[in-house]
Unconditional design. Sequence first.
Length: 94
Amino acid sequence: MDEEELEKAARIAYDAIFGDEDEVEVNGEVYPMQRTSRKELRKFSIEGLTFVEQNPKKDSAWAQKAREGHQIMWVLDGRKYFVRIMDGNYLRLG
């Protein structure tokens, strides 16, 4: 997935997570909404990447922002966070 496709997929997943959609379509493929095993966070697995909402119950500045009402989603490649969307603003990390 190139940078343009990544941003498009991230925005689609973000809109779905915070719009309570059950599935998304990216590049002609349909991906169902999933939940994390322990925290019940909303997420999508798309082309080997994980798109997951911020856990507001964590003890972090990002969790505090989520508790304040900010809509935060992360994109992970394995265990590495490399994209954040907060309140609709896309940021590539690193």
